[in-house]
Design a protein around this ligand. Structure first.
Ligand SMILES: Cc1cc2nc3c(=O)[nH]c(=O)nc-3n(C[C@H](O)[C@H](O)[C@H](O)COP(=O)(O)O)c2cc1C
Length: 300
């Protein structure tokens, strides 16, 4: 990575701030199984929504709305929509993966503190479609940026988020009285969690693996093989990160094994395994070995 030459505007992130941003990205998880019963404080929810509202949007359109859903009966109805949609999706899954698909937990609609539907109002800038005349779908992408802001801010606040897309859109619109010109983009389960898993659930269950980034980077055109030095730099980072991650996964597995061999605690702590995430494990090894975490190394 090239040395930084000059401060740009005097508000550069220092190393701690950079680490925190990367930490939120690398330890964010889609959460379905680890919600705890605690309510989510309105002050925290306000911060998450404000983060979402500061997402970029085409033509500064800000096409989003945020429907906060707490009512248990309504949530059960949404869950019924999920169950029906999952049955409809099942035949499209390869035959040999259908049993695993059925076992996967793919939502936390009723267990989470609340649900949030983030929508896109497709008519919000209908008279001045700056940036959308050729590409009208840019409003949808803008709303996805708001979802990601919400998700990362939630991770930083220790709040879990799980995205449920296995729902028939028109049925959801009817249930939530969403008008015709508004598209639901994300149905999210949101709440305090007992832990953030060290790797994606679908990876842990053998459904998929993270693709090697060097193979996804091209040069100049879609056919370009990619710049060799850049690919090597990425590969070096990936190797460091996957070593960190394996150590965390191993630590989590060891902890789980230890727990199963020990007497069950009288009052299990909801946060008992929350420290087993990428940062704390790697930070502890860093202090033992003198090496930096991935984010520290990247800026050197
Ligand atoms: C657009 C979108 C839709 C998703 N829909 C679902 C879903 O219906 N059910 C589910 O369990 N996870 C869903 N996910 C979560 C992905 O499975 C998850 O992001 C992926 O496995 C990687 O895991 P991670 O988010 O923990 O890194 C969705 C994610 C995105 C971005």
């Amino acid at each position: 990575m090239q040395a930084r030459t000059a401060a740009t505007s005097g508000d550069d992130f220092d190393q701690l701030a950079r680490d925190a941003v990367y930490r939120a990205m690398f330890t964010r998880r889609d959460v379905r199984s680890h919600f705890v019963a605690d309510d989510l404080d309105d002050g925290v929810l306000a911060r998450l929504l404000t983060a979402a509202h500061h997402a970029p949007s085409v033509g500064y359109m800000q096409p989003w709305n945020f429907i906060v859903i707490r009512d248990a009966a309504r949530r059960r109805q949404v869950r019924d929509l999920f169950l029906a949609a999952r049955e409809q999706e099942l035949p499209a899954i390869e035959a040999e993966r259908q049993a695993l698909y059925r076992k996967l937990k793919l939502e936390g609609i009723c267990e989470s503190a609340l649900n949030l539907c983030i929508t896109c109002d497709r008519q919000r800038s209908k008279n001045s479609p700056l940036g959308r005349w050729h590409n009208p779908e840019m409003d949808l992408y803008s709303t996805v940026c708001a979802v990601q802001n919400f998700w990362l801010a939630a991770r930083a606040e220790g709040v879990g988020v799980g995205w449920v897309s296995i729902i028939e859109t028109e049925a959801l619109k009817r249930l939530l009285s969403i008008p015709e010109h508004v598209t639901p983009i994300a149905y999210l389960c949101v709440g305090r969690v007992s832990e953030f898993a060290p790797r994606p659930d679908l990876e842990a269950h053998g459904w998929g693996k993270r693709l090697p980034l060097p193979e996804l980077v091209m040069s100049e055109t879609f056919c370009g093989a990619g710049e060799a030095p850049l690919k090597s730099a990425i590969a070096a980072l990936e190797n460091g990160r996957s070593r960190d991650q394996s150590a965390v996964v191993e630590a989590a597995d060891q902890a789980a094994l230890g727990e199963s061999q020990r007497e069950p605690p009288k009052e299990p702590s909801a946060l008992s395994r929350s420290s087993l995430n990428f940062d704390e494990a790697s930070a502890s090894r860093r202090s033992q070995s003198g090496f930096g975490t991935w984010p520290s190394m990247v800026s050197k």
